[in-house]
Ligand binder design. Structure first.
Ligand SMILES: NC(=O)c1ccc[n+]([C@@H]2O[C@H](COP(=O)([O-])OP(=O)(O)OC[C@H]3O[C@@H](n4cnc5c(N)ncnc54)[C@H](OP(=O)(O)O)[C@@H]3O)[C@@H](O)[C@H]2O)c1
Length: 292
């Protein structure tokens, strides 16, 4: 039977990697993008894309046509999952999708209040075959949301205190996603995806210092100072609240859980923080540092 896969969030951290890996394997993949004309990200050549917007239900039917497997990413800005995500799932099922691989959140099974838990419950209630990828905190948050602080001020500016986090590289999440979507045996399972160790931000700053060759400080700001800086930088209140929730969780020592799921599924060690910083080194170099 054919396995036609639709990847949502295809221009984002995880979805882009999933599309790239599937296209390398020559799997049948379609990338769901909000708009062909305004998409800032270039998809790998030869990958077919289709317009899809959770806030535009008229885009659903065409996007799901001929699809069996859905890789579902909840866009961080969508918190009203009942209004925007449930209808997409219902339409997907009616169009013939019988399998959903959902990018969820580490610990979602214990946090009924988070949108990810509600989406998991809805997928189950539809009777679709599912695989939940409950991921820990992405290493790539340091090369995207927090990049500027490291690049311009040599600091990691997050209010996480001395708490440890079991950071994961999104490339490992994508590799797991591709594996579970392309081989049998992962139906109706949930995996908790973490790196192989939990680090505090002092340890992360030391890794950055050693690899970038300049001193990077962890300045552990107060929550208020962090929120103010993020607000002035243009992040919206909802996103800042989510970040505060995440860093409070870390500060309280609740983000340190390490599992073997990535190692067991990929038969190799998860990507380490040092490997991540080496691979993304250019992100934290200013123009002048690039010229040296
Ligand atoms: N960051 C973490 O540490 C972490 C950890 C565990 C779980 N998660 C979960 O992972 C998910 C985010 O994954 P990510 O970081 O790979 O995503 P991301 O990089 O934030 O990208 C979001 C994607 O969603 C698309 N999108 C935005 N609004 C949309 C809409 N209305 N309809 C359709 N697509 C839309 C974006 O497209 P455009 O390019 O058009 O904007 C983009 O492709 C969230 O649910 C988050 O809670 C994150």
């Amino acid at each position: 039977m054919s396995n036609n896969i639709l990847v949502t969030g295809a221009t984002g951290n995880v979805g882009f990697e999933v599309v790239r890996l599937l296209s390398e394997r020559r799997s049948s993949v379609k990338a769901a993008v909000r708009s062909h004309s305004t998409s800032r990200v270039r998809l790998p050549s030869g990958v077919e894309s289709v317009e899809f917007d959770f806030e535009q239900p008229q885009t659903f039917e065409l996007a799901f046509r001929g699809i069996n497997t859905l890789f579902l990413v909840r866009p961080p800005a969508i918190s009203q999952v009942k209004k925007y995500i449930y209808p997409a799932l219902t339409t997907a099922q009616a169009a013939g999708v019988d399998r959903v691989v959902f990018l969820s959140l580490l610990g979602a099974e214990r946090m009924a209040i988070v949108p990810h838990a509600k989406i998991e419950a809805y997928i189950k209630s539809l009777g679709l075959a599912y695989t939940f990828l409950r991921a820990s905190f992405f290493m790539q948050n340091l090369s995207t949301t927090h990049c500027q602080d490291v690049r311009d001020n040599n600091e990691i500016f997050v209010p996480a205190g001395k708490g440890k986090t079991s950071f994961i590289d999104v490339r490992d999440i994508a590799a797991v996603a591709v594996k579970v979507m392309t081989e049998p045996g992962h139906e109706n399972r949930a995996y908790s995806l973490t790196g192989s160790e939990a680090l505090d931000y002092y340890e992360v700053a030391e890794i950055f210092t050693n690899i970038l060759g300049r001193k990077i400080f962890y300045t552990h700001p107060f929550v208020f100072n962090f929120a103010l800086k993020m607000y002035r930088r243009g992040f919206n209140a909802g996103f800042i609240a989510v970040m505060l929730g995440i860093y409070t969780t870390a500060r309280l020592g609740l983000a340190a859980k390490v599992t073997d799921d990535v190692r067991n599924l990929l038969q190799r060690s998860p990507i380490s923080m040092s490997e991540f910083v080496r691979d993304y080194r250019a992100s934290w170099m200013s123009q002048s540092q690039h010229q040296v």
